[in-house]
Ligand binder design. Structure first.
Ligand code: UD1
Ligand code: CA
Length: 447
């Protein structure tokens, strides 16, 4: 059955104490909303509707960066979860398949769990995702009757007996589009919170002789984020899982707890990641690479056999070919470094291409920015760039060329040439001795 997603994210998230909408706070470098969208993507949704209210423009921008086709529905007043879902009605006009409701602040639902819900939909009109709560707290309680889900009671409205139930509502609900909106039309706000509860659709459905059931998942999957503390816990959970997944995929982590992955980091087999490495978004590392301690990587591609760091910084657009070496205190941005090239010490390589087997001496800088525009540096194959060369872009150094250390290179260097662009050295005989004596004498006089 074709599926559409409705992701609720209009709530203010008061407890985050933030100017930013709650669902945009990040876990592993992606807004929690994007994590929910990624879970939902497992069902190959035909349409995705995000219900936003507080900071809707910001929410739209962040969500569309991940899925440009999604539709935003605005809930300008937060009157409850059923009211929120009903805001998606127009966006789903003409859609006859199943609708799955997710929360934008619940980032860890597994694709397998959503697949189980889809499967349960074949035999039941409404499917709710539930979990056995260690501490059921203020969650809605799932009240079973025989083998059916009979109703959901919100904590505020529950009797003592109902509060004793430990099977809780995650908030995730699936039903056929027409059924869902018909049920929502019947929801009132006659309850302790004065809200339109989405959870009321179960009681209404049963009353109408429709069937309802619960798919159960682990409590960790339904973890919702309401505060900065919970955001940090969610980050920790994500990282724990990402580290263990990397290890299962054949990646060596010398000190796993000190490595931080982004939501989309891809690392190949037999790569070694040393302690204290941080991945920003958009990193792919092929098999058999080594990422040495204290390196930071973002938006880059590292090929097989490359060695990065220690203390390296790879920024967006760094494309490193096989067996490249990037050493300590080297920053690479928007640059292609070809096979076997080496940039081993204290350099900045930005907006550049470095040819195969070239060696970039310590302290070399591609001066890419003139204060207004960025310019490109092109370095050929088998080039030797002397230490502390300033390559003032735009500039090209041809294949097999060299630069003398300390050169400020402003003109292209033809292939095979040596460019020396620095002041000529002059030695003044005995001058140092005389100067030292003069200075020491002045110190002795106390002046
Ligand atoms: C809801 C459920 C509860 C469940 C719990 C799980 C209802 C009535 N209750 O309670 O059974 O155990 O989630 O976490 O559904 N939202 C809107 N617009 C609104 C109200 C909420 O978009 O008008 C969004 C929020 O941004 C959030 C989600 O819906 O992403 C859940 O809302 P929240 O107020 O946190 O629901 P709970 O009271 O926690
Ligand atoms: Ca909540």
């Amino acid at each position: 059955m074709a599926t559409a997603l409705i992701i609720l994210g209009a709530g203010m998230g008061t407890r985050m104490n933030s100017d930013m909408p709650k669902v945009l706070h990040e876990i592993a470098c992606a807004p929690m909303l994007v994590h929910a969208m990624k879970s939902g993507a497992a069902l190959d949704p035909k349409r995705t509707v995000i219900v936003a209210g507080h900071g809707a423009a910001q929410v739209e921008k962040a969500a569309k960066a991940f899925d440009p086709d999604l539709v935003l529905a605005i809930q300008s007043e937060q009157l409850g979860t059923a009211h929120a879902v009903s805001q998606a009605r127009d966006a789903l006009d003409g859609f006859a398949g199943d609708v799955l409701v997710l929360y934008g602040d619940t980032p860890f639902i597994r694709p397998e769990t959503l697949a189980a819900m889809s499967a349960a939909r074949v035999t039941h009109d409404v499917v709710v995702l539930g979990f056995e709560a260690a501490d059921p707290g203020r969650y809605g309680r799932l009240i079973m009757k025989d083998d059916q889900l009979d109703r959901i009671v919100e904590f505020k409205d529950a009797s003592d007996e109902e509060r004793a139930v430990t099977l809780c509502n995650s908030g995730v609900i699936a039903a056929q589009s027409k059924t869902l909106f018909e049920l929502i039309d019947a929801v009132s706000n006659d309850n302790a919170a004065g809200e339109y509860y989405l959870t009321d659709i179960i009681g209404i459905a049963r009353h109408r002789r429709l069937t309802a059931t619960v798919v159960r998942c682990d409590e960790a999957e339904t973890l919702g984020i309401n505060s900065r503390g919970e955001l940090a816990e969610a980050e920790a959970l994500f990282q724990a899982r990402a580290r263990s997944d990397a290890q299962s995929d054949g990646v060596t982590l010398t000190a796993p707890n000190t490595v931080f992955f982004a939501h989309d980091t891809v690392v190949g087999r037999d790569t070694v990641i040393e302690p204290n490495v941080v991945f920003g978004p958009g990193v792919t590392i092929e098999s058999g690479a080594t990422i040495r301690a204290f390196s930071h990587l973002e938006g880059c591609h590292v090929s097989r056999g490359a060695v990065i760091g220690p203390y390296a910084r790879l920024r967006p657009g760094a494309e490193l070919a096989e067996n490249v070496k990037i050493g300590n205190f080297v920053e690479v941005k928007n640059a292609q470094v070809a096979e076997g090239a080496k940039v081993n010490h204290l350099s900045y390589i930005g907006d550049a291409a470095v040819g195969a087997r070239s060696n970039i001496g310590a302290g070399t800088i591609t001066c890419n920015y003139d204060g207004v525009f960025k310019h490109k540096t092109t370095i050929g194959e088998d080039v030797f760039i002397g230490s502390n060369t300033m390559l003032v872009a735009p500039v090209t150094v041809g294949d097999g060329a060299m630069t003398g250390s300390g050169s400020v290179v402003t003109k292209d260097v033809p292939p095979g040439d040596l460019a020396v662009a620095r002041a000529k050295q002059e030695n003044k005989a005995g001058f140092a001795v005389r100067l030292f004596e003069k200075l020491k004498a002045r110190k002795a006089k106390g002046s």
